[in-house]
Design a protein around this ligand. Structure first.
Ligand SMILES: Nc1ncnc2c1ncn2[C@@H]1O[C@H](COP(=O)(O)OP(=O)(O)OP(=O)(O)O)[C@@H](O)[C@H]1O
Length: 261
C-alpha cells in the first residue's frame, strides 16, 4: 500500500544552521503521529515541508507516493492559531465551506451534498450556535474550531495540524481531538499533530517524532518518551515521569538554552 507520507534522509538548513536532518520514515493511512520538541526545534517547518512551502536542503518527501507539492487537495491543514481580521467578509459556515472547494478563493459550493457536509462539520465542532456570525467577530477558540472543520471538509488523506488545541478549553480540546482521531480511524487519514503537550492526545498517538538540538527520535510513545532517550537527545538530564497515564517531562528546555547541570 502507498504510504500517506514518506521521508527519505530529509533535512532542512537555514544558512549554517541545520534545523534537522536524516529524517526517514513512512506514515501509513490511519496512523497518528505526534510531533514534539521545544520552541524553535523545527516542528512548524516540518509541516511546511509537507505542505510544499519549504524546500528540503537534502533528501526527499512524498505524499501518497508523489513528490510534495503546494495546494494538494489530498492534504488538510489546521494552521497554528491566529486571529482573523474583524472585517473578514465571511460567515462561520462559509469558512468551513472553503475547505470543500480545495482552494481558497472560489464561488461557494452550494450543492445539497456540500450543504449537508457543512452542517455535519458545524455540528461536530459545536459551531452551530455561531454558524451565521462573521468569522472576524468570533473568539480565538471559536475560530480554531472552524479551522478544524475546514481542514476536515475535503476528507484529506493526510491531515497536518499545527497546535490545533491552542486556545481551546478542555471540553473543546477533547471534542477536536476526538474529531481528528475519528477522521484517522473511520476515514483512514494519516495525522501529523504538532503539539507542546502530548497528554491531551496521548491515548490516540501511534508514534512520536521528537525534534531537539538538530536531532530527532521517532517511535512509539513508550520508546521515545523515556528519560534516557530524551536526555540523550537534549544532551542534558531530562526526566520523564508517568502519573496516572499522563507524562510529565522535567528538564526540557528551549533551543539555544544551555544547561550544564
Ligand atoms: N525561512 C527561514 N529562514 C531562516 N530561519 C527560519 C526560517 N523559517 C524558520 N526559521 C527558523 O527555524 C527555527 C524553527 O522554526 P519553527 O517555526 O519550525 O519552530 P517550532 O519548533 O515550530 O517552534 P515553536 O514551538 O516555537 O512554534 C526558528 O529558529 C526559526 O526562526
Amino acid at each position: 500500500m502507498t504510504a500517506a507520507l514518506s521521508l527519505n534522509q530529509a533535512a532542512v538548513s537555514f544558512g549554517a544552521r541545520t534545523l534537522w536532518s536524516e529524517v526517514s520514515f513512512a506514515l501509513q493511512a490511519g496512523e497518528f503521529l505526534a510531533v514534539l520538541g521545544p520552541n524553535g526545534a523545527g516542528k512548524s517547518t516540518f509541516l511546511k515541508v509537507l505542505l510544499g512551502l519549504q524546500r528540503l536542503s537534502s533528501g526527499s518527501a512524498e505524499v501518497l507516493g508523489a513528490r510534495v507539492r503546494r495546494g494538494s487537495s489530498q492534504v488538510g491543514y489546521i494552521p497554528q492559531h491566529y486571529n482573523l481580521e474583524a472585517e473578514t467578509p465571511l460567515r462561520a459556515r462559509d469558512l468551513v465551506g472553503l475547505g470543500l472547494q480545495g482552494h481558497r478563493y472560489g464561488i461557494p459550493w452550494t450543492s445539497r451534498k456540500a450543504r449537508l457536509r457543512i452542517e455535519e462539520l458545524l455540528d461536530l465542532v459545536g459551531a452551530q450556535g455561531y454558524a451565521d456570525r462573521p468569522v472576524g467577530l468570533l473568539s480565538g477558540g471559536e475560530q480554531q474550531r472552524l479551522r478544524a472543520a475546514q481542514a476536515l471538509a475535503g476528507n484529506p488523506a493526510l491531515l497536518l495540524c499545527d497546535e490545533p488545541l491552542h486556545s481551546l478549553d478542555l471540553h473543546h480540546q477533547r471534542a477536536i481531538t476526538e474529531l481528528i482521531r475519528s477522521q484517522a480511524v473511520e476515514r483512514g487519514s494519516a495525522v501529523v499533530f504538532v503539539t507542546h503537550e502530548i497528554n491531551p492526545v496521548i491515548e490516540h498517538v501511534d508514534r512520536v517524532l521528537y525534534f531537539a538540538r538538530g536531532d530527532h527520535r521517532i517511535g512509539p510513545v513508550h520508546e521515545v518518551m523515556r528519560s534516557e532517550v530524551l536526555s540523550e537527545l537534549y544532551q542534558s538530564p531530562v526526566e520523564v515521569i508517568e502519573h496516572k497515564g499522563r507524562l510529565v517531562v522535567m528538564g526540557e528546555h528551549s533551543e539555544g538554552e544551555h544547561h550544564n547541570d
